[in-house]
Every structure is written in C-alpha cells, then in structure tokens.
Design a protein around this ligand. Structure first.
Ligand code: AGP
Length: 613
C-alpha cells in the first residue's frame, strides 16, 4: 500500500528518500515519485513502475536539496501512470503533497475547485488536497493553517505530508483516521517523516507517532505537534527497539523464504520471557489482564483479515477448549458493518501483523463504540492497533517484509495458546497438572518448527511436481481447518494458482465435483482429534481419482498407502499442531512461486498493509 518518506536536514534529501521508499517496497505499490526543493524550486520526479525506474529518472535528471518528500503509490483512483503518481503539485507550483488514503468526497471537491478555475492534471482524488492547500495559501494563510483548513474539507481517512517553496524550513504532516500511520523520526539537526517505521529506522530510533486528528510542523530541530483544531500537544517521544539489519534479505533470495526460516527464532522469542516453565505459568503483562477481568469476560470477538483471521480461527478452538470462554471470529470488513451484539463484558481482540489494516482498525472502533474492551495481537511496534488497545500482546517476530505472511501467522498461534492458558488460569477453570502440561508443551515448539524447516527438500521435490497445476484444493478439519485456508491463501497469493481451502467435511457438499486426476488435493491430517475423520476424507478424494498430498505425522502408517505424496511433520501436541502443519505449506507455496519465476515478495495487486477499505 502507499508509502511516504520525508526529510529535512543538512544532508541531500534525494538518496534518503529513495532508500526510505526502498524499505517500504514490501508494502506493494505501482508507481513512485519524489519532490525536492532545489534552488528554491520544487522539483518533482515520478513515474509508473518500480523504484528502479524512479532512481533511473533521478540519475537522468538529478535533483538535490535539503528538504524533500517521496511516495510509493498503490492505485485507488486513476491508473498507475506517471501523471497519477505522487507527489502532486499545486497549480502555481508553490506547494507539493503526498497522500495515503482515499478522499471520499473528491468528486464534489473537484467540481468545486474546477468552478474556481483550477485545472487538474491527474485522475487522482489526492490532487484536490493540494489545490485546497494552495487556495488557502493564496489567501495569505501559512502552510500549517492551510493544511489544517484543507483537511477540514475532506471525508475519509488520510495521512498527508506537504511542503511549500514559500516556507522552505518545514514539512507539514497530518493524520486523520486510519489510512496508515504517520511517524516522525527525530535526529540531530535533522528530522524524518514516514508512513512506517522501517523507512527511517536506519537513521533514528527516536520516534513520535501521530494519532488521528493530529498534525506536526516538522523542522530540522524537531517537530511541533498539535490537534487539527490547532491546540498544541506535547511530544511523546518513543525509543523504538527494532534492528534494521533484521530487515535485510541476508543469504536468501526472497524475504518470504528468509521469514519462513526465521520461525524458529520468532517462536523462541514469542515464548521468551512469557513462560515460567517451573511454575507452569504464563505472563502477558502488556495485556493488563487481571483475574477480575478474566472472570468477568462474557465473550471474545476475534477480528482480523486474511492470514491473521485464520490465526484467529485457531485461537477460537484454543480459547474455547482451554479457557471455556465463547469466541466468535469475524473478518474485519464484515464485523465493522455487522451491527455486532457486544456487551461491556465482551472483549474485541484484533490480530494484525501491520497493526494498520483499515478494516481491522474499524472493527476495533466498532467494538470500542459498543463498550467492549479492546485487545490486540500485533507485530508492528507503535502501530495503531497496538496503541488503540487496552491491552496487547506483541508478536516477537521482527519486521515481516514479504507480502505473504508467514512468521506473523505462527507467532499469534502461540500467543493465542498462551492467552488461552492464562485466561483459564485466572478464571480458575484449569487444574495445575493440565496447566503445567500445556505450558511444558510450549518448550517443544521452536524445535518442532525447526524439524519442519529441515525437511525443505521433500517440499522442493513436490513443488517441481506441482509447478504447472491449474488449481488445488486444501482440506482440513477442526483446529487444522484454518491451516487449509492458510495453505490455500499462501499458494494463490504468490503463485497465482487458484487454490481453495475448505472444511474437509464439506467437500462432499460441492467441491468434490472438482476432483479429478489433475486436481491436487492437499489434506491436513496430523494426529489430532479429527484424524480419523480426515482419513475418511482422504479416501473419498482418492476414490475420485484425486492426486492426494497429505500433511501427516511422522510414523503414520495408514496415510502413505492412500496418498500420492506425504509431507511429514514431527509429532506435535495437537493444540500446537497448526504451527507445524502450516510450515510445509508455506514452503510449498514459496517454492512453486519461485520456480514459476514470480515476484514472490511483492505479488501483483497485493499490498503488505491494506490501509484502505
Ligand atoms: C497474508 O499473506 C496476506 N497478504 C494478508 O491476508 C494479510 O494477512 C492481511 O491483509 C492482514 O494484514 P495484517 O495482519 O497486517 O492486518
């Protein structure tokens, strides 16, 4: 999704902006541009396509200056071409702007501005904002006030970053709603602005996050924060711990491959500091969960999108089985408009890697409005979902760059498992022996994930066999039903092969018609409580001539005779089995996409954090 980087200071802004945008490439985009103040003129370079194209443009026509803004655009209004790429200049050329979000009332604003004589040069909704700012500047209003007034006209959620030739000592940044974040990085006599931390983390760790309806006037010396009504606010400077080195690809060809292999570490970090193996207890201090609160919970509504929602489905099984608390899982885009029945003793628990997914944030808003407590399980430190929540669990995975989520799927599975144990303990519904056993099982999980990763060769061989298939069916039941959904999602999003995840018991009610000798049927059949039921499903698929690929537990003697291929996983306590069963499916999707020569980390049409509705 769109990314923003800005710089003001003694250095040349152009390379800083380009490298910051590079670090946001993973978010997905289809055009890119930058604007730099050079000899008191705003110079814009922008084009469709990847950042390499923008870098080439800058080489052909260099631009240097000490203040600038840049943008990667993921098209919403208007084709991804040069004229629609950001930054957008006002008519006079004194003001330039980049924007994340959608101006919902842009058609009426455009008509209004055209009636005033403004000529539009793009098809974007964004362009109305720069003309509004310019309108107020031409009335003698300063940049910050002009931005404030312009934002008052807009409907929707926005992050905007603006600079003006007339006030060359500042950048103005503002945020309204949840169209991605706006973060300000404080350096020594230089200041950075970005939509996301990774863009500027190599320069500074001292960050100020803008909340909705806040704006900042950014200068070399720092930033002045205020509300959109102009009320000054104190700067809440946070020191962010992420290590930018961990966002490098290292020995791997693709981030996704690296991130799949990081799961031993991310799962170790997920458990670290939260588990007292001696006492058999879980500590999740950021959740602010007291036994009084735990006992008062009526229902938990898990809300999330995509992969995160599938993690939530596993969470439902875990929380209901271990803590006996009713759980509903609803995807964010539906929950927000579902007029949900929520009582004040309910919890709305969001799961999000980016913490900036618009639908998930809107679902949290909905929960808040209806009086629920908000929890989040979130990876991006300082993100909106983390800050909005009354309590959170931070995924300890480090930045996830590949658009296809992998380590940010397995970490929340373990977070939810720990949450279920903690809830059960605080509600007094678990005996000590069982609690200790469940906690002890956690110790196994990094090693079991490592064993799955060690078997990559078996997956590579299968990927070669499946590289040209046209479609695939993924079947699972119970706690591993979401594994089927997630396996299918991984394959379709990066290899562009149609794949469908289905509850195995439902196969006979429709999808069975798809099965023939061409159709791979991936069955998730570890030794969990649904194993026998899965086994009969395998036989049904086989009887229709399906090409069965089974994910099965080491030593299973029944499955090899009925499966064409087996992806072996080590024996895993069943409540943690979704961690091990998904890993071969992540690797399978990765290798098929890599063999097809596709852009694994930035698949077409997809964005890493989906900050529009
Ligand atoms: C995962 O591979 C996807 N690309 C996507 O479904 C993702 O999980 C979803 O957009 C939610 O993102 P979030 O975790 O950042 O909220």
């Amino acid at each position: 999704m769109c990314g923003i980087v800005g710089y003001i200071g003694p250095q040349d802004a152009t390379p800083i902006i380009l490298s910051g945008l590079k670090r946001l490439e993973y978010r997905g985009y289809d055009s890119a541009g930058l604007a730099v103040l050079q000899n008191n003129q705003i110079e814009v370079r922008r084009d469709a396509g990847k950042l390499a194209r923008l870098a080439a443009l800058v080489l052909e026509e260099p631009v240097h200056g000490n203040i600038g803004i840049g943008h990667t655009r993921w098209a919403t209004h208007g084709e991804p071409n040069a004229r629609n790429a950001h930054p957008h200049l006002g008519m006079i050329g004194d003001v330039v702007l980049v924007h994340n979000g959608i101006v919902e009332n842009f058609l009426e604003l455009r008509a209004e501005l055209e009636a005033e004589g403004v000529e539009f040069k793009s098809d974007t909704d964004t362009e109305v904002i720069v003309h509004l700012v310019e309108r107020y500047i031409s009335l003698g209003i300063d940049l910050a006030e002009a931005v404030r007034k312009a934002l008052n006209h807009l409907r929707g959620a926005h992050g905007v970053v603006v600079m003006s030739r007339l006030e060359p000592d500042k950048i103005v940044a503002a945020r309204v709603g949840n169209a991605g974040g706006v973060v300000i990085g404080l350096g020594e006599d230089e200041t950075y602005v970005a939509s996301d931390l990774p863009a500027i983390l190599e320069h500074t760790r001292r960050m100020v996050f803008l909340e909705s309806h806040q704006m900042a006037v950014v200068t070399r010396q720092g930033a002045q924060l205020s509300t959109l009504e102009g009320v000054p606010l104190p700067l809440d400077v946070q020191n962010v711990p992420w290590d930018p080195v961990s966002a490098e690809k290292g020995e791997y060809r693709h981030f996704m491959h690296k991130e799949i292999h990081e799961q031993v570490r991310s799962l170790t970090d997920t458990i670290a500091g939260r588990v007292d193996f001696e006492a058999g207890q879980i500590r999740l201090p950021d959740l602010n969960l007291t036994s009084e609160l735990a006992r008062s919970i009526n229902k938990i509504h898990i809300t999330a999108c995509g992969t995160a929602a599938y993690a939530g489905m596993v969470g439902k099984v875990l929380i209901e089985r271990i803590a006996r608390v009713p759980v509903e899982v609803e995807i964010g885009s539906e929950f927000r408009y579902s007029d949900p029945i929520i009582s004040e003793n309910d919890i709305v628990l969001s799961i999000s890697q980016s913490g900036e997914t618009a639908d998930t944030l809107a679902a949290m808003d909905e929960g808040r409005k209806r009086g629920a407590k908000l929890w989040s399980i979130v990876n991006a430190i300082g993100s909106q979902a983390m800050r909005m929540a009354d309590g959170f669990i931070s995924m300890q995975t480090g930045p996830e760059i590949g658009v296809a989520s992998t380590k940010a799927y397995t970490a929340p599975l373990v977070d939810l498992y720990m949450l279920a144990i903690l809830l059960a303990d605080l509600r007094g519904v678990i005996d000590i022996a069982r609690r200790k056993q469940l906690v002890a099982d956690l110790r196994l999980i990094p090693d079991l994930a490592g064993k799955c990763l060690d078997r990559e060769e078996q997956v590579v061989a299968l990927a070669h066999a499946l590289v040209d298939v046209k479609g695939a069916l993924y079947l699972g039941r119970g706690i591993n039903m979401p594994t089927a959904y997630e396996g299918a999602l991984k394959l379709k999003e990066i290899s562009y092969i149609h794949a469908e995840g289905y509850p195995a018991g439902e196969m006979k009610h429709g999808p069975i018609a798809l099965i023939d000798s061409e159709m791979p049927v991936v069955v998730i059949a570890p030794r969990d409580p649904w194993y026998e039921k899965m086994f009969s499903q395998i036989e049904q698929a086989k009887a229709r001539g399906g090409r069965v690929i089974a994910v099965a537990t080491d030593g299973d003697a029944l499955i090899p005779p009925v499966a064409d291929h087996v992806l072996w996983v080590p024996e895993t306590p069943w409540m943690l089995s979704p961690v091990t069963t998904v890993i071969p499916l992540q690797m399978l999707a990765y290798h098929i996409a890599a063999l097809r020569g596709l852009d694994v980390d930035q698949p077409r049409n997809l964005a890493k954090s989906v900050t529009v509705e």
